[in-house]
Design a protein around this ligand. Structure first.
Ligand SMILES: NC(=O)C1=CN([C@@H]2O[C@H](COP(=O)(O)OP(=O)(O)OC[C@H]3O[C@@H](n4cnc5c(N)ncnc54)[C@H](O)[C@@H]3O)[C@@H](O)[C@H]2O)C=CC1
Ligand SMILES: O=C([O-])CC(=O)C(=O)O
Length: 274
């Protein structure tokens, strides 16, 4: 991250101003120590006029592939179909890319090599999950197994390719239904907008083919619930998180906050947690 603003602030660009991106852009505009919102990319500028007009220091409005020209850190907050278009030009320029559509990374893993070759970085936040600090630490030793069970309300799962392909009717469920059991890699394919967390967990731990995932459609819950269980040579732990859905029912409110916390860590003097 060589280039800085005159005041030595890191410049941050946000790609996609939906549920997550809007909160990150707003937080940056309101002030995060050492960081400045330099640019945003949106699909439909007219839709975002009100937000952009309300910012104290309006960022440049740029195409996705130019964000890395204007920023040291590019934050991807768009659908996973846009992941490559956002991350590739940024890491080619040696920038850091924060990736929230982490499920999309599995099919674009060459981006990690591209980043390495150009001095760029790819940062995956804990996002809507919990405990990746402990998983990272355990992975320094030997992890024997990682399991995750996700329960989501019906609205948090509607339209997932796995449900559509298998013609599963979840609209009239009265009790929890196990939809899927398999690896994080398979979960990411079947539930691309719902299971980013499984992929983040897998990348922190034993990889997408050894991380076991169950997905339940659960009409009895109102939150997106994720429970992880890890068995390793240093510790055994299980943790769960119950996420309040945002305006986008597939996305927990804590996701944007996790990215903001990660951004803060890039410049804070006191940094807590791995
Ligand atoms: N890592 C994690 O823990 C989590 C990741 N996610 C993922 O984060 C991503 C964003 O989630 P949300 O903000 O809830 O989605 P959203 O649907 O609310 O927002 C996405 C935004 O991207 C914009 N967009 C689409 N194509 C674009 C383009 N070509 N250029 C610029 N903008 C474009 C859309 O107009 C929309 O405003 C999704 O892929 C989602 O699956 C969601 C929750 C947790
Ligand atoms: O829990 C959430 O809010 C979102 C989620 O599962 C994901 O995208 O992985």
């Amino acid at each position: 991250m060589a280039e800085r603003t005159a005041s030595n602030e890191l410049r941050v660009a946000v790609a996609g101003l939906g549920s997550i991106g809007t909160k990150i852009a707003t937080a940056l505009d309101q002030g995060i120590e050492g960081l400045t919102l330099s640019a945003v990319a949106v699909r439909d500028p007219a839709k975002h006029q009100k937000l952009l007009g309300s910012l104290r220091r309006p960022p440049s409005l740029l195409p996705l592939d130019q964000l890395g020209d204007a920023a040291d850190i590019v934050v991807e907050c768009a659908p996973s179909s846009q992941l490559r278009a956002i991350v590739e030009p940024a890491v080619k320029r040696g920038r850091a890319a924060v990736v929230v559509s982490v499920g999309g990374l599995l099919d674009n893993f060459d981006l990690v090599d591209l980043a390495r070759a150009n001095g760029g970085r790819i940062l995956v936040p804990t996002g809507a999950l919990i405990g990746l600090d402990a998983v990272n630490a355990a992975a320094i030793g030997t992890i024997h197994s990682v399991k995750m069970v996700t329960r989501k309300p019906i609205d948090g799962l509607k339209g997932a390719p796995f449900i559509v392909a298998n013609n599963i009717d979840i609209d009239n469920l009265r009790e929890p239904l196990k939809l899927f059991e398999g690896t994080a890699r398979e979960a990411a394919k079947g539930f691309p907008a719902n299971l980013n967390v499984a992929v983040a967990l897998s990348l922190a731990g034993v990889g997408p083919d050894r991380t076991q995932v169950q997905i339940w459609a659960d009409p009895t819950v109102t939150r997106n619930v994720h429970r992880i269980e890890v068995e390793s040579d240093s510790a055994r732990f299980s943790m769960s998180i119950e996420n309040v859905p945002s305006e986008n029912p597939k996305t927990g409110l804590i996701t944007a906050l996790s990215v903001i916390a990660l951004l803060r860590k890039q410049r804070t003097t006191l940094s807590v947690g791995t």
